[in-house]
Ligand binder design. Structure first.
Ligand SMILES: Cc1cc2nc3c(=O)[nH]c(=O)nc-3n(C[C@H](O)[C@H](O)[C@H](O)COP(=O)(O)OP(=O)(O)OC[C@H]3O[C@@H](n4cnc5c(N)ncnc54)[C@H](O)[C@@H]3O)c2cc1C
Length: 237
């Protein structure tokens, strides 16, 4: 499909990710929490539950925003200095970051903004990130992939002609996917960039906006993954 991309961009910022055991910490945490310094530094703690734990205990994903070009510098700097930096910015994160003992325990994830011109070519069909990767700021990548799968199954069941079914799948998914790709694209620099202006706008407006009745509903629907445009929502997949 080379040449069939509408867009294929790697974001300047990615993040380091690692998994912490949290049972022994005696910390009740049920939601994603993040701390920022402007948009340049972001630390996050995302509860994972216990499904993937070897011991059956609760786990939390720890992440640290990092420019991809700064990864080698990070690898070559003393690990303890970075741990101290994390703890000084956000003391709550100390018991998490202290569980790591070396750089190799954290994995660098890069983020992509990828859009294909069409979701199928002949009998080949793309769903999920293969069709439309976004930065994870809205947390919708997995949702979009699952909705693609459901819609594709529906189209294949309804239509006898394979190529018609693949077109039907694309026609039914494109509007929503486009909305989330656009939102992720424009929101990402508010959370991961060098821009002091954007982080200041974020700090001054996002929280007050979430208190306005109309805006709070709009924001909730967006985060729930059901929007298809600024003023439209998904009725069913
Ligand atoms: C750091 C990070 C944080 C994220 N946070 C969130 C979040 O909070 N919420 C959310 O909804 N989304 C989040 N996402 C996005 C989400 O993970 C993806 O959108 C989602 O996993 C896409 O699902 P997928 O099935 O399309 O692709 P993938 O999950 O990438 O699955 C593709 C699979 O295909 C396999 N594969 C690749 N090539 C081959 C091959 N040649 N042969 C056989 N197998 C192959 C891969 O190993 C992989 O298992 C995040 C992504 C990242 C990187």
């Amino acid at each position: 499909m080379h040449g069939d991309f509408k867009r294929d961009k790697t974001y300047e910022f990615g993040a380091l990710w690692g998994v912490c055991e949290t049972d022994a910490l005696d910390i009740e945490q049920s939601a994603l929490i993040q701390r920022y310094v402007d948009a340049k530094i972001m630390i996050g703690l995302l509860p994972l539950g216990s499904a993937f734990s070897a011991t059956g205990g609760k786990q939390t994903a720890f992440f640290w925003s990092l420019k991809l070009e700064e990864y080698d510098d990070w690898l070559n700097s003393p690990f303890e200095n970075w741990q101290q930096q994390v703890a000084s910015i956000w003391p709550k994160a100390k018991p998490y970051v202290d569980q790591f003992s070396n750089h190799g325990q954290l994995t660098l994830a890069s983020y992509h903004d990828t859009a294909l011109k069409t979701y199928s070519k002949g009998r080949l069909v793309f769903i999920g990130d293969a069709a439309h990767a976004t930065s994870p700021q809205l947390g919708q990548g997995a949702n979009m992939g699952l909705m693609d799968a459901r819609r594709l199954a529906k189209s294949l069941t309804r239509l006898d002609e394979l190529l018609d079914a693949l077109k039907d799948y694309e026609n039914n998914r494109k509007k929503q996917v486009r909305f989330y790709q656009m939102m992720s694209h424009y929101l990402t620099p508010f959370f991961q960039s060098d821009s002091k202006v954007l982080s200041t706008i974020r700090d001054l407006t996002f929280h007050p906006m979430s208190k306005l009745p109309f805006m709070s509903e709009l924001m909730m629907q967006t985060l729930a993954g059901v929007k298809t445009g600024p003023f439209s929502s998904l009725k069913k997949i």
